[in-house]
Write a protein that binds this ligand. Structure first.
Ligand code: NAP
Length: 465
């Protein structure tokens, strides 16, 4: 009998999730020319690419060009896409074990972290990740409501998502109209009344999580003046020593950009962005049932026992009137049915990508890659090395014979099963048709695409009811 991984008996791999980690799993496997592998990718949406489509800012198209490489992987004869098929609803772990030798979850981090302060759940207080999904046209968020009739908004956090949200709120229609932002968001932002935006960071400029191109771009906005208080832009001695010792160029560039921005004077532009450092929110204040202000406390930097620079509250408080709050303190992974989950970390228990029980015992044949494996950190490309590590484990396990023993590894039987469960399954070819229509609609208005934001619209393009 032939071995699994041979042409006669291909290794059958199920990939759950079609974002960067899913596609880098495919490309890593394709590099193993000695293994004959068939990969089936499942996504609960009809559209692939995860956060590249629904998370990357619409005015940062260059980051989206990675999908060209994903398209290339998808053209492989060894690859098939089952879009509009949800793990947990349409397919279960038991079912996957019946069709595949290995199963890998690349489901990302689709929720967000809380602040744990009073008023967080008030009307007008939102997760930044919801806002991002809304302006990017994610079908789950089309009907979300953000009251952009408010004049002021505060964004909590100093990561790239906080900067994305601030930039989108500050940009003019002229700066947004040629992007692939969802039409509903373009329209709402065109009519936005938001003129004053605060970004509130709990630590100093040397600890900011954003990257240099993102912060520098804030000084180039068409109709927004940026204010950074000189005393908050000046870093403390311990931070400077740490920055110099680490030689981290990104930190040095961030600090230099912030110092330069703090030296600039307002030029009378229509909107105003203030970036604050060493302040923490303590309460979101309510009036008439919704957000009316945010209370913050001034922090001081100190060095903990491990040498890290942390922030602690002083007794200096401030209240900033705002009608909108976006908390942007990190994404969070969501537990998957039947997969051991580390709730405190928001990740699946794993060792180098091999899923384990809480005890550390390996769960045979089940793997993870991307944010659900390591948490929501790094840039898109970080998922390449992350997937490479997991695929190496999968190949090692294949060679050691530590794979599942599916009763039904037949592709046609799988198709029959999926179609019975989800008649509106979307193949990669189907997605290509949706893509072509979106791109064609965009051409008329000099935009990369006009996105379909409802699943029914996407299925209609495919001639489905
Ligand atoms: P992030 O980079 O982890 O930043 C989270 C921010 O929230 C940090 O500044 C953190 O401060 C702050 N924070 C956490 N808990 C807080 C609290 N209780 N109170 C106040 N502040 C708090 O997360 P993200 O911005 O969501 O981004 C996620 C990942 O996607 C990152 O790797 C990011 O680089 C990436 N991304 C990249 C781009 C791009 O390349 N353009 C765009 C978007 C996202 P501390 O440092 O003090 O903990």
């Amino acid at each position: 009998m032939s071995e699994v991984g041979s042409e006669e008996q291909p290794l059958r791999v199920a990939i759950i999730g079609s974002g960067p980690a899913g596609f880098y799993t495919v490309s890593n496997f394709l590099k193993h020319k000695d293994i004959h592998v068939e990969m089936d990718m499942f996504d609960r949406l009809p559209t692939p690419f995860g956060l590249v489509r629904a998370g990357v800012a619409p005015d940062h198209q260059k980051y989206k060009t990675v999908t060209r490489a994903y398209d290339k992987s998808a053209q492989s004869d060894n690859f098939r896409f089952y879009g509009n098929v949800a793990y947990g609803d349409d397919v279960s772990l038991d079912m996957l074990r019946d069709y595949y030798h290995q199963i890998i979850f690349c489901t990302g981090a689709s929720s967000d972290r809380n602040l744990g302060i009073a008023g967080e759940d008030l009307v007008g207080s939102h997760s930044a990740t919801d806002f991002v999904a809304w302006y990017n046209g994610h079908p789950d968020y089309v009907d979300a409501q953000f009251d952009l009739s408010q004049e002021s908004a505060a964004i909590i956090g100093l990561g790239n998502v906080a900067i994305d949200v601030a930039r989108i709120l500050c940009k003019t229609d002229n700066e947004l109209k040629n992007t692939d932002m969802a039409d509903h968001a373009l329209e709402a932002l065109r009519n936005s009344n938001v003129k004053t935006v605060y970004v509130l960071g709990r630590r100093g400029p040397a600890q900011a999580a954003f990257t240099p191109p993102e912060i520098k771009e804030m000084a180039e906005l068409e109709d927004t003046d940026v204010t950074i208080l000189v005393d908050e832009a000046t870093i403390d001695d311990a931070s400077r020593a740490e920055m110099e010792a680490s030689g981290d160029k990104n930190v040095a560039k961030n600090v230099a950009a912030i110092e330069a921005m703090s030296a600039a004077s307002p030029t009378g532009k229509g909107k105003h962005l203030t970036i604050r450092f060493l302040v923490s929110p303590t309460e979101i204040i309510e009036k008439d049932g919704k957000v009316s202000a945010i209370k913050i406390v001034k922090n001081e930097a100190y060095q903990d026992e491990s040498g890290g620079i942390r922030a602690r509250a002083t007794d200096i408080e401030e209240t900033i009137p705002v009608g909108l709050v976006f908390r942007s303190v990190g994404y969070r992974g969501v537990a998957l049915p039947e997969i051991p989950f580390h709730d405190a970390w928001g990740t699946v228990h794993n060792k180098a990508g091999r899923v384990t029980e809480e005890s550390g015992e390996i769960v045979p044949g089940v793997y993870v890659a991307g944010w659900i494996k390591r948490g929501p950190t790094g840039v898109i490309g970080t998922n390449k090395t992350d997937a490479q590590e997991t695929v190496a484990c999968m190949v090692e396990d294949l060679k050691a014979g530590k794979i599942l023993n599916p009763g039904n590894p037949d592709v046609n039987a799988l198709d029959e099963f999926i179609c019975a469960k989800q008649p509106d399954v979307v193949s990669y070819e189907d997605w290509t048709k949706i893509d072509e229509v979106e791109v064609a609609k965009g051409e008329a208005s000099d935009r990369p695409r006009v996105k379909f934001t409802r699943i029914a619209q996407m299925l209609e393009v495919l001639g489905r009811e």
